[in-house]
Write a protein that binds this ligand. Sequence first.
Ligand code: FAD
Length: 321
Amino acid sequence: MKVIDHLRQAAAKEPRTLLSFEILPPLKGKDIRSIYAGIDPLLEFKPSFINVTYHREEVVYKERGHGLLQKIRIRKRPGTVGICATIKAKYNIDTVPHLICGGFSKEDTEDALIELNFLGIDNVLALRGDAIKNEPHFIPERDGHAHAEDLIQQIAALNRGQYLYEEEQEAAATDLCIGAACYPEKHAEALNLSTDIAYLKRKVDAGAEYLVTQMFFDNRKFFRFVELCREAGIQAPIIPGLKPITTLRHIAFIPKTFAIDLPDDLANALVRCSTDAEVKAVGIEWSITQARELKAAGVPCLHFYTMGRSEAVKAIASSIF
Ligand SMILES: Cc1cc2nc3c(=O)[nH]c(=O)nc-3n(C[C@H](O)[C@H](O)[C@H](O)COP(=O)(O)OP(=O)(O)OC[C@H]3O[C@@H](n4cnc5c(N)ncnc54)[C@H](O)[C@@H]3O)c2cc1C
């Protein structure tokens, strides 16, 4: 079932807020059972859908002796589509594979969409993707997409039965529900929030039916963002993305990696922590407060970034659902 249909059905009910979460494919060579171990503890909360991230290749340099370095490209977390199909078959839960522009020509994208269609997957989250590590900015493939908007246009075209090349006569249309990303604190590269929202509107006009936010820790920013989107004419449901901070390492990398601010109360509590256990207690408590307020405000869904660890999300969901 499509995410948009889950959201529409839930909107007619009380309580209306759904739960969903995002997982990462395991590192190359790891077992699919690590995925199940992350999902099983959250089944009791009846997730409406599960997102699976897509990870493009990274450039690494291997020492080959005599001072020679070999540049190679490796994908550390392959398997997004296979994992989505497996989760759907094993748990009968809808899945949302992430699809990015980076590393994909338009033809690669078309092949990927055909595969999703054959697998009976009804959803896709359309993203640009980040620059390859060590590259200063995002570089599209020679015949690929530069922005998520262009990718959304391609998916929407396929949903109308328009394939890349004319020769596919009487081609069957796909019927994929398209989601897109949004940023309550603006995307790192955006000039300001207004320009970012103007581009976001273009993604919705191109065919994105719902939006999922980057993680944020200040609900005021989310509420303000939703207001600004509505003022800009964006009517699509906006799903807040939540991430409990659970380790000292998170404190160091989350603000930088995701270009977001931590509110003073949270930052002050975190700087007093000296162990992961202390951070986790603060992070879970903060997420519970955030989630309660968002649910009370009637958000369509609470979407949790598990990053493969379900324990903290389980603790939060237990207090909310
Ligand atoms: C919910 C969520 C899930 C994610 N999952 C993944 C994942 O699985 N794999 C992964 O690699 N990354 C993922 N990301 C990260 C995402 O790929 C990066 O944030 C990326 O830098 C931007 O992607 P986007 O789809 O928002 O890009 P876009 O919408 O293309 O925006 C990128 C930048 O370009 C600007 N822009 C947008 N459209 C135009 C235009 N037409 N012309 C000029 N400028 C424009 C925007 O303002 C923004 O600054 C995810 C992010 C979120 C919020």
